[in-house]
Design a protein around this ligand. Structure first.
Ligand code: HEC
Length: 127
């Protein structure tokens, strides 16, 4: 009986484990695509956001702290995009304010872990 309960616990907790990817799909993908769209660019593609921040920010902890803050309190002063990109796309809305802490943590970690190759970065508006 104990064993059954324990396995049930394992199964349900993995079913409900929050994935950063699913937070991305639900809350970010509408603007941040995986590839640059041919028309109607709303935001820099997600791989270039991650790569640029990995280039500019020197530790995983600081990267995650930046993303957690930026998605709740975005501003032109804090952003790493070029002035041209801000003029063209505007500042990101504070999407993170409608997410809970688990979702914010999961998507910020995912943004770091899911993209590696910081050498290939172009500016926001061209990539
Ligand atoms: C309504 C469109 C929209 C949605 C939805 C959106 N973003 Fe953004 N995001 C933008 C735009 C536009 C920019 C570029 C301007 C800026 O940095 O504010 C941006 C910039 C960013 C930046 C900063 C990039 C830099 O180099 O400074 C991060 C990090 C980011 N978004 C993460 C996210 C995450 C994570 C989500 C989902 C939880 C998300 N965004 C949802 C529009 C959006």
């Amino acid at each position: 009986m104990k064993k059954t309960l324990f396995s049930l616990f394992i199964i349900t907790s993995s079913l409900f484990a929050l994935s950063g990817k699913s937070v991305y799909t639900e809350h970010c993908a509408v603007c941040h695509k995986m590839q640059k769209p041919k028309t109607g660019l709303l935001a820099p593609p997600m791989p270039s956001v991650s790569k640029r921040l990995q280039r500019d920010i020197d530790s995983k902890e600081k990267f995650i702290a930046f993303v957690k803050d930026y998605i709740q309190n975005p501003s032109r002063e804090k952003g790493h995009c070029s002035p041209k990109a801000f003029n063209h796309l505007g500042t990101m809305p504070p999407i993170g304010k409608s997410l809970n802490h688990e979702e914010i943590d999961a998507v910020s970690l995912w943004l770091y872990e899911n993209f590696k190759h910081p050498e290939k970065i172009k500016s926001c508006d061209t990539n």
